[in-house]
Ligand binder design. Structure first.
Ligand SMILES: [Zn+2]
Length: 227
């Protein structure tokens, strides 16, 4: 696990596989995504290094149901008084009530998926969802986080826009790999994901925190350039 301080109140946790974000509102912690099924221990270590406690985590927001984003959620949900949030359309999959629909791979994506070892990831343990989100909902952290429904990568993928903080959490609709900003891969509906990417690109925000890769500075300009 490697930690990157993005802002004093925002850390990127680079996990064994995947990544998560930790937002600290004066000791009240929000996690955006949770890595894979075994990531709970790594996230606990990150908290310790920051002088925080597992019981300080009050909220887990899941951008979508993929096992490298909600894998750690079931464990973390048991750490204390934690509210788990996800879009209404993702909740049945996260709860284990419905099987996870597989991505519709392009040919290149199929090879990439294998080379990343993504086919070997442990399935996400079922996790309760305490609050089902809709487009436009407001979540009380970082001065107010607006939910943006970004279907395509999965049906209930979401982004979070924090206008006061000037931060956008994109989930897997945007990636930033090898210095390159790009639309996400392994989608259920690539065309719809591209429409969601455009919606995010149009937001005038300085910093985008993506599902895979380093945060994007000057995000609005960087995303618009991809279109
Ligand atoms: Zn994903």
């Amino acid at each position: 696990m490697k930690m990157v301080e993005v802002r004093p109140e925002l850390h990127l946790l680079q996990l064994e596989f995947g990544q998560a974000y930790l937002w600290n509102d004066a000791g009240v912690l929000t996690l955006v995504d949770t890595g894979i099924a075994t990531s709970g221990g790594e996230i606990a270590t990150a908290l310790e290094e920051l002088g925080l406690r597992r019981a300080d985590v009050k909220r887990v927001v899941l951008t979508h149901f993929h096992e490298d984003h909600c894998g750690g959620a079931a464990e973390i949900a048991g750490w204390g008084d934690v509210t788990v949030l996800a879009h209404r359309l993702e909740a049945p999959v996260i709860r284990g009530e419905r099987p996870a629909p597989p991505p519709l791979f392009t040919d290149e994506e199929r090879a990439l998926h294998r080379s990343l070892g993504a086919h070997l990831l442990p399935p996400a343990p079922a996790c309760r969802v305490d609050r089902e989100l809709e487009d436009g909902d407001l979540i009380d952290f970082g001065g107010g986080a607006r939910v943006i429904h970004t279907p395509g990568h999965t049906d209930g993928s979401i982004a979070l826009h924090l206008p006061h903080a000037g931060v956008l959490f994109t989930g897997d609709t945007v990636a930033h790999v090898g210095g390159q900003v790009m639309p996400g891969v392994f989608n259920l509906d690539r065309d719809e994901m591209l429409r969601s990417f455009r919606r995010l690109a149009e937001i005038d925000v300085p910093l985008a925190c993506v599902g895979h890769g380093e945060p994007i500075l000057d995000a609005h300009t960087a995303l618009m350039k991809v279109l």
